[in-house]
Design a protein around this ligand. Sequence first.
Ligand code: M6R
Length: 357
Amino acid sequence: EKGTYPHYMLKEIDEQPFVIRNIITKYKDDNENIKLDENVRQAVLGADRIYIIAAGTSYHAGLVGKELIEKIAGIPVETHIASEFLYNMPLLSQKPLFIFISQSGETADSRGVLVNVKKLGHSTLTITNVPGSTLSREADYTLHTYAGPEIAVASTKAYTAQMAVLAIMAVDAARASGMEMNFDPLQELGIVANAMEIFTEQKDVLEQIARDYLSVSRNCFFIGRAADYHVCMEGALKLKEISYIQAEGFAGGELKHGTIALIEEGTPVIGLATQEKVHLNLRGNMKEVVARGANPCMISMEGFQEDDDNIVIPKVHDYLTPLVSVLPLQLISYYAALHRGCDVDKPRNLAKSVTVE
Ligand code: M6R
């Protein structure tokens, strides 16, 4: 039930700190260590390459998941759009593990891939919010995201939950293979949950940004680099699907190779700079669009902020910035859709579960 909330989406955005804390509890044993099914652990450790298969927002979580698993556990990962993989399968490694990320566990494109790779005899794991779902039942193993029912068509809490579970899974694999690990995901996710609350408790700033930047705009660009780029893709998808504003998430350095031609006087460009290695490069990219007339909105992280940044996210571990930086983007999309009179929870042309190919 949405209770006093005007929309499920807003309620689900607000639930994210609780979801993350719930995940910490569910994946912690009595000795404060990671609790994970031994079979899942062995499946991850036994893989010479992981193939993440997903659609939409879950695909975006998979892009972040690739970075987490590669950096933390040192296992090569490819993330694929399910509907592409289905008819255009890349060459596979000798011992692949397929990870299906799906909030609903019912996405037909992902299921198509699952059926095919099972026929080939490959190992399969589903990360889902619905343990009894088709993808969960049909895969060898399941990891539950414990986000609670997600009703709004626009996915919010499922995305952050998926990334949290991927981080835990990656660290578990790293530790089980004897790697030195000074990143404690259970502790760091607690810091993430607190950081999320800054946004759920101060929505007025984001409502104002939506009003200032997006109440009449035709289009909007989100630019970022490294993990921020993936969050930008998710921010753009959110804005598109509920506000019908043409939006694109772009790699900051790629704009000048063509897309910058679209920047006009007043075009909103939301820049995300939370990544230590590239935040200054991104600021350079923002200057390039501002020089062409863009209306810039800068989101940075504590430690890398500059005076006139619009939003500064609290400092969280570098691996986990997407879990926090997506919140302002979710809220900006929500208010943009609201101000434009759109049906936030049930956008046109869309269904919550896409059960047809
Ligand atoms: O249930 P799934 O995670 O498999 O759904 C995948 C996409 O259909 C879904 O994430 C979709 O992109 C959302 N509406 C995005 O907000």
